[in-house]
Ligand binder design. Structure first.
Ligand code: HEC
Ligand code: HEC
Ligand code: HEC
Ligand code: HEC
Ligand code: HEC
Ligand code: HEC
Ligand code: HEC
Ligand code: HEC
Ligand code: HEC
Length: 369
């Protein structure tokens, strides 16, 4: 009896163990199925999570080989399943293939192609940029993808928007310092204002071009017009939206548009927006440091009109809609000429017509005699 009971118990136990193992096996399958997704990372990090791991390059520079698992986990790529081997295409096991880089900079630049596979459009754009031209001319400090984006810590590059300008500031610190005190930079940095231009709005991002060419200069007023001729945007800041259209019909603007249409590659001397307002240091017209503040305006004009006297600036109407209230003298002068010129023309027409009819009458008379 007791033996039978014991046998039954054994069977029950055996059954339970079998059930348990089946259950465990079933539970384990999904675990293993999701495992390979993290396998490379875990494998590589098993050595590279050591903060002391480093190597000495032939140049004598030390290269830290530490890769922070936390940083990798928070980067754009890892959560999408893009792992070490996606970029380190030649490394899959240890020992690694021998590497040939002499110094840190050539190691960084050597990875330029790593991003090309998936971001080919941006890669192609950078090939055509001023930065790449500088590199080809021997300036290896010119940036590659990783200088601006990082590599194990890639984040959305435009969040917050001010991050774009600080990215450029790493190497263009002087310009950034001017920009951060400008009316545009202040609004961006202090108020997180998205309406003002960052470096890339004027220079482009991956295809940065040389801004000192005649073509860039002659097109630069259109750059400003992108915002300063936008009536809705300017209304928000209580600024006039006609500075561009009035500039276009001003002496300087007409000059510039003739160059743009006929000789875009010839460097011209007529004034574009930035000649009067500055480039990276544009300030509010009310700011005493503004180059167009009444206190500094004459000096600004004198850059190109060295003989200009104190009355010169008063005669400038480049941004002013001619009206009786704002510019009575110019208004009356224009009114005078706009009625006097047609008057003289009509007078001449009448005079010529009278001459012709007189001549005809004379001829007829002579014929009849
Ligand atoms: C067993 C430990 C170990 C593992 C696993 C390992 N590494 Fe390394 N790694 C090293 C050491 C040590 C160096 C120093 C140079 C050397 O000995 O080759 C190094 C160097 C590197 C370098 C810089 C030098 C070079 O060869 O380009 C990179 C990049 C690198 N490892 C990536 C990886 C990746 C990616 C993985 C995973 C596929 C990985 N490592 C797995 C130990 C390891
Ligand atoms: C999005 C592409 C990308 C991924 C993913 C990536 N790396 Fe890298 N890694 C790079 C680039 C690019 C460099 C060289 C950057 C430089 O030095 O300018 C680099 C450099 C390294 C170095 C040399 C030390 C250093 O910091 O410069 C090691 C080691 C390394 N990676 C290991 C890893 C490991 C381990 C993983 C996975 C956990 C990984 N990488 C994932 C792009 C990547
Ligand atoms: C295996 C393909 C792959 C490789 C290699 C790769 N990326 Fe990516 N990258 C992606 C994907 C997929 C996304 C997310 C989709 C997106 O937003 O475009 C992404 C997103 C990004 C973003 C954020 C884009 C955004 O929308 O804000 C940047 C910046 C970036 N990668 C830079 C790099 C750099 C730099 C390298 C080289 C070191 C690199 N990537 C290598 C596939 C890749
Ligand atoms: C001089 C700095 C710089 C270099 C070099 C650079 N980028 Fe960018 N990249 C930026 C900035 C800044 C943005 C954000 C631009 C914006 O929103 O106006 C950006 C945006 C991106 C984006 C997201 C938007 C998009 O266009 O899809 C990706 C992806 C990207 N870059 C990949 C790359 C790759 C790959 C390389 C190298 C071939 C590279 N970048 C080189 C600065 C740079
Ligand atoms: C890693 C350093 C680095 C970063 C980051 C960088 N630049 Fe440059 N930039 C250079 C170098 C180097 C040159 C070439 C200078 C030369 O040869 O005169 C250059 C040239 C330029 C030029 C052409 C004018 C000139 O002086 O040759 C412009 C415009 C420019 N960069 C804009 C930008 C913008 C916009 C950003 C941010 C999106 C940026 N740069 C980020 C290093 C950098
Ligand atoms: C509102 C448009 C605008 C913005 C914003 C802007 N730039 Fe410029 N930048 C220009 C113009 C126009 C020139 C050409 C000036 C000239 O004729 O010399 C220029 C010239 C340059 C040059 C080359 C000439 C020099 O002075 O060395 C560099 C480099 C440059 N900018 C970088 C930057 C960087 C970095 C930022 C962001 C901090 C930035 N720019 C923001 C319009 C802009
Ligand atoms: C991306 C849009 C944008 C571009 C491009 C732009 N601006 Fe502006 N600008 C603004 C906004 C918005 C303000 C108002 C900022 C504020 O008051 O906080 C402003 C303010 C100004 C002011 C100050 C006006 C005052 O007296 O208060 C001047 C001057 C100016 N910009 C000139 C220029 C010139 C010159 C260019 C071209 C080189 C230019 N801007 C390009 C958006 C832009
Ligand atoms: C010949 C010099 C000169 C040129 C060129 C010039 N400006 Fe001005 N700008 C001034 C002066 C002076 C003022 C201040 C007096 C005024 O508003 O008439 C001013 C004022 C402004 C203001 C502030 C207006 C207000 O009422 O607060 C803006 C915005 C502006 N300019 C943008 C531009 C843009 C955009 C261009 C190019 C399309 C440009 N300027 C070309 C000299 C110039
Ligand atoms: C970047 C150089 C430059 C700046 C700065 C500049 N101008 Fe001019 N300006 C010119 C050129 C070039 C002409 C065309 C001369 C010609 O066609 O004979 C011109 C023409 C003029 C004319 C009409 C022709 C004449 O000589 O009488 C007036 C008026 C004038 N500028 C006023 C100003 C005033 C006012 C300022 C300052 C607010 C100013 N300019 C700033 C370059 C400049």
């Amino acid at each position: 009896m007791s033996a039978l009971k014991l046998r039954n118990l054994k069977i029950v136990l055996l059954f339970a163990v079998v059930l348990l193992s089946i259950g465990l096996a079933l539970w384990a399958i999904p675990v293993r199925a999701s495992e390979p997704a993290q396998k490379t990372e875990e494998y590589c990090l098993s050595c590279h999570n050591n903060p002391d791991l480093e190597m000495t390059l032939p140049s004598g520079e030390k290269l830290s080989l530490y890769v922070s698992p936390e940083t990798i986990a928070k980067s754009m790529h890892s959560p999408l399943g893009i792992e070490c081997e996606a970029c380190h295409t030649n490394i899959s096991t240890y020992p690694h293939p021998a590497q040939t880089y002499q110094d840190k900079r050539s190691f960084s630049r050597g990875y330029y192609e790593a991003c090309k596979k998936c971001h080919s459009t941006n890669y192609a754009k950078t090939m055509d940029s001023m930065h790449n031209k500088a590199a080809e001319a021997g300036n290896l400090n010119a940036p590659v993808c990783t200088d601006c984006h990082g590599y194990h810590n890639v984040q959305k590059p435009d969040q917050p928007r001010s991050a774009i300008s600080t990215t450029c500031s790493q190497c263009h610190a002087d310009i950034y310092n001017e920009y951060k005190d400008s009316v545009h930079g202040k609004a961006l940095i202090e108020e997180n204002n998205a309406d003002v231009p960052v470096c890339t709005d004027c220079h482009g991002v991956h295809n940065v071009q040389d801004p000192r060419t005649a073509q860039f200069r002659v097109k630069s007023p259109e750059l400003c017009a992108g915002c300063h001729a936008n009536a809705d945007l300017m209304k928000k800041y209580n600024l006039p939206a006609d500075v561009y259209s009035l500039y276009q019909i001003s002496w300087h603007g007409v000059d510039v548009s003739v160059y743009e249409a006929r000789w875009p590659t010839i460097q011209h001397q007529s004034a574009v927006c930035t000649d009067c307002h500055g480039v990276h240091n544009i300030r509010s017209t009310k700011d005493p440091q503004s180059s167009v503040n009444p206190a500094n305006l004459l000096a600004t004009c004198q850059k190109c009109h060295p003989d200009a006297g104190p009355n010169w600036t008063g005669a400038w109407t480049g941004h002013v809609q001619i009206s009786l209230e704002a510019t009575p003298f110019v208004y009356y002068t224009q009114l005078f000429y706009s009625s006097f010129t047609p008057f003289v023309l009509w007078l001449s027409v009448i005079y010529v017509a009278l001459q012709i009819s007189r001549a005809m009458v004379d001829r007829v008379r002579r014929a009849l005699q």
